[in-house]
Design a protein. Structure first.
Length: 180
């Protein structure tokens, strides 16, 4: 956690922006170019989650007081949203099914489906295309994992901040002073 915020944002910016750009031009590509675009998203997602796990372990090993870790918790939430965006770029590229029709190149519905899958709501109005069923299942498992971590971190933080402050021993009367 010795990384400053500028370094974190700079290191993850290309992991987010390039996959979104790749998804936007995917349908104009053919053959190996399309596979390269899809592979950049996979590599970006792997690197992003590596950064997340590294930062998460740093949070657990940190000796900082919990009140000083608000930025770290915010970073965990930001990484979750970045993951949702990565999966949305897959759905944008390969499509999602709605009323037996494949919907392609629709960012709004792709992001919506990604959020619904991540949170495991499963409304049923959209479904992954057949080739992305395992990707959607993997996203749902990642959503379980991330949400459990986020809830645990938030509960830990709330317990720490809601604890009554105990007076220090120097403030408490000694037994000799109580006798006088």
């Amino acid at each position: 956690m010795n990384t400053n915020w500028f370094t974190r944002i700079a290191s993850t910016q290309f992991l987010v922006l390039y996959p979104i750009q790749s998804a936007g031009i995917f349908h104009t590509q053919s053959g190996w170019e399309a596979y390269v675009s899809a592979s950049f998203i996979v590599v970006g997602a792997c690197l992003l989650n590596y950064i997340f796990l590294k930062d998460l372990f740093a949070i657990f090993r940190s000796t900082k007081p919990l009140n000083d870790l608000y930025k770290e918790y915010t970073w965990v939430v930001a990484i979750a949203f970045l993951n949702i965006s990565m999966f949305a770029s897959f759905y944008h590229m390969f499509g999602i099914t709605h009323n037996s029709e494949i919907v392609l190149n629709d960012w709004y519905n792709s992001f919506y489906f990604s959020v619904v899958t991540w949170t495991t709501l499963g409304y049923g109005d959209f479904a992954p295309v057949e080739n992305l069923r395992l990707v959607s299942a993997f996203q749902a498992m990642m959503g379980y994992f991330y949400m459990a971590i986020l809830v645990g971190l938030l509960l830990n933080l709330s317990q720490h901040t809601m604890k009554p402050k105990v007076a220090s021993k120097s403030m408490q009367p000694t037994t000799e002073a109580a006798i006088d």
